[in-house]
Design a binder for this molecule. Structure first.
Ligand SMILES: [Zn+2]
Length: 225
């Protein structure tokens, strides 16, 4: 009897899933909205339906503000012509800011890295967004990255130091090495953000590579540490 009940219950769960996959929406407009929302990364049809229902429960003006923001994002956002950061104008706020030090150029993979470093409030130089990293596995070579941007910046003669702020992965290291080989005949210094033990990490749980790098690139100790 118990086995029978279990079988029935399992069947009913599978049945429900199948029903949902082929579910007929009561409205074509709703079906279209669910389809579009489910096209976003990490969102399945169930969550898409929940979000669509949420939008319908909100006030009209809230939902329209969201749709306007999406429209504006897609149609109006620009890439800064100097650094490829997102911008509302030809130049981004960082490139336009006369207080930023043009001698320091921080090389990052994408705009999220610019935002992360800016959030620290510790960097006063400028950026160059590569748009990715060299990855033979994904078919991304140096020609698909913003190498021209680095060259133009160096040829202008203002840059004194290129700072690599790339992922601590094989692809990140390959990208840094490629840029170094390509531009090391120019009179610029090269540096890389420090890698090692993260703040709050217990030493015994750190991986060997990070711990090894922390020893090699150790810093003088003073009250700022
Ligand atoms: Zn810029």
């Amino acid at each position: 009897m118990r086995n029978l009940w279990l079988k029935k219950n399992r069947f009913s769960k599978a049945f429900k899933t199948t029903i949902f996959a082929f579910m007929d929406y009561p409205s074509k407009v709703l079906a279209k909205a669910v389809e579009e929302i489910a096209g976003l990364p990490g969102i399945g049809k169930k969550s898409a339906l929940r979000l669509a229902m949420h939008l319908l429960k909100q006030s009209e003006s809230q939902a329209i503000a969201l749709s306007d923001a999406i429209k504006q994002l897609v149609l109006e956002i620009k890439y800064c012509k100097e650094c490829r950061n997102f911008s509302d104008n030809d130049l981004c706020e960082i490139c336009e800011n006369p207080k930023r030090n043009p001698e320091l150029l921080c090389i990052v993979e994408d705009v999220r890295d610019v935002m992360a470093i800016e959030n620290t409030g510790k960097y006063t130089g400028k950026y160059l967004v590569l748009g990715g990293k060299i990855s033979p596995m994904e078919g991304i070579g140096p020609n698909q990255l913003n190498m021209v941007g680095i060259e133009q910046k160096i040829l202008k003669g203002e840059v004194k130091e290129l700072i690599f702020a790339l992922s601590a992965t094989m692809e990140g290291d390959t990208t840094a090495y490629f840029i170094y080989k390509k531009f090391n005949q120019f009179p610029v210094n090269f540096s890389s953000i420090a890698r090692g033990i993260a703040v709050g990490d217990e030493l015994e749980y750190a991986d060997e590579i990070s711990l090894g790098r922390s020893i090699i690139y150790r810093l003088p100790y003073n009250e700022k540490n």
